[in-house]
Design a protein around this ligand. Structure first.
Ligand code: HEC
Ligand code: HEC
Ligand code: HEC
Ligand code: HEC
Length: 225
């Protein structure tokens, strides 16, 4: 994982424009999956939207990488015998795939109080892009204004409305309030066993931009450090 120069430059612009608080819109609290700040008007759009712009091989094929990994199957997992067993142990009387106690970490943006997923979220998509990057409605507006004209990147801060997740984002779900938490799932270099190790876990789902110049399908080119 790295902090792209491009992002830091844009972060500078964001500070100048006073947009940093907007970028911190969604926060995760230890023990709770990331929840959007209701005071802001970002809304979930669904992962299908992201594939159009974030799946080119030269950009790092983020969509394919997500789709081929475990987060995309987080809801299906709740149909398994292992899940049913975990639910019984947790004292649930409803099937895990219908229980808010499980869905809150296995479905993007699921609200356990309202007992519902956000309007445009398909629960079967499991833990998708917006679980970590935040609701993307404003990012989509920015991206459409850009129309993939590199010159406009300096005018519009595409990062202002999208989160760059950190270890804390992961720990909102990867923590000991998960009924299948294993305190020894990961082994550190010094031999110590831990339930979650950001470095190793990120390596399993990494989807950075490749080095060099990123080209989108409309012919726009973006410098990547
Ligand atoms: C209309 C095209 C378009 C769509 C649709 C789109 N994006 Fe983007 N996105 C961009 C462009 C252009 C950038 C800036 C260049 C880059 O970093 O890829 C960007 C940047 C990002 C970044 C920051 C990457 C960085 O540089 O650190 C994230 C995260 C992101 N998008 C997530 C999403 C998610 C999640 C969705 C779907 C909900 C989505 N995008 C949909 C065009 C789009
Ligand atoms: C706090 C968030 C959270 C809650 C609540 C949660 N899960 Fe999970 N679940 C996870 C995470 C994260 C993983 C991935 C394994 C890991 O790293 O802990 C997971 C993995 C699993 C697995 C795979 C077991 C494994 O060892 O990989 C099963 C089965 C499962 N969950 C069932 C359930 C059931 C059933 C419920 C409700 C009773 C539930 N989960 C509630 C976060 C959660
Ligand atoms: C909204 C909740 C949520 C967030 C946020 C989340 N995860 Fe997960 N994660 C899960 C669930 C649920 C599973 C189990 C999915 C399955 O096995 O199908 C899982 C599984 C995984 C696995 C496979 C199990 C393992 O530990 O080997 C990895 C790796 C992983 N997550 C890494 C991450 C990283 C890195 C982040 C942060 C950048 C993150 N996750 C953020 C819910 C989440
Ligand atoms: C489990 C959490 C998680 C999920 C799900 C996830 N991402 Fe990411 N994504 C991250 C993290 C962490 C980074 C690294 C941020 C950094 O570079 O500091 C990242 C980086 C990115 C980047 C920037 C890459 C770069 O090198 O600048 C883009 C673009 C992106 N993600 C798009 C997506 C899209 C599109 C999806 C869904 C198809 C998605 N992500 C799903 C956690 C996630």
């Amino acid at each position: 994982m790295r902090i792209p120069i491009r992002s830091s430059a844009l972060a500078g612009l964001a500070i100048a424009a006073g947009l940093v608080t907007a970028a911190l819109n969604t926060e995760s609290v230890y023990g709770q999956p990331p929840v959007p700040d209701k005071a802001k008007d970002w809304t979930y759009v669904g992962q299908g939207q992201c594939k159009v712009c974030h799946n080119g091989p030269k950009e790092g094929a983020q969509w394919d990488k997500w789709h081929n990994a475990l987060h995309a199957h987080a809801l299906e997992l709740l149909e398994t015998d292992a899940a049913k067993e975990a639910a019984v142990k947790a004292g649930l009387t409803t099937p895990p795939a219908e229980s808010p106690e499980c869905l809150k970490c296995h479905v993007t943006g699921y609200d356990p109080v309202a007992k519902a997923a956000p309007a445009k979220i398909t629960p079967a998509d499991g833990v998708q892009c917006e679980s970590c990057h935040g609701p993307a409605s404003e990012h989509l507006k920015d991206a459409k204004v850009l129309k993939f004209t590199p010159a406009k990147i300096s005018e519009i801060d595409i990062l202002a409305h999208q989160l760059v997740p950190t270890e804390e984002t992961c720990r909102g779900c990867h923590n000991d309030s998960s009924p299948t938490w294993k305190a020894d799932r990961y082994t550190l270099e010094n031999g110590e066993k831990v339930g979650f190790d950001f470095k190793q876990a990120w390596a399993k789902i990494a989807h950075d931009h490749p080095e060099g110049v990123m080209e989108d399908k409309y012919g726009g080119k973006y410098p990547v450090d």
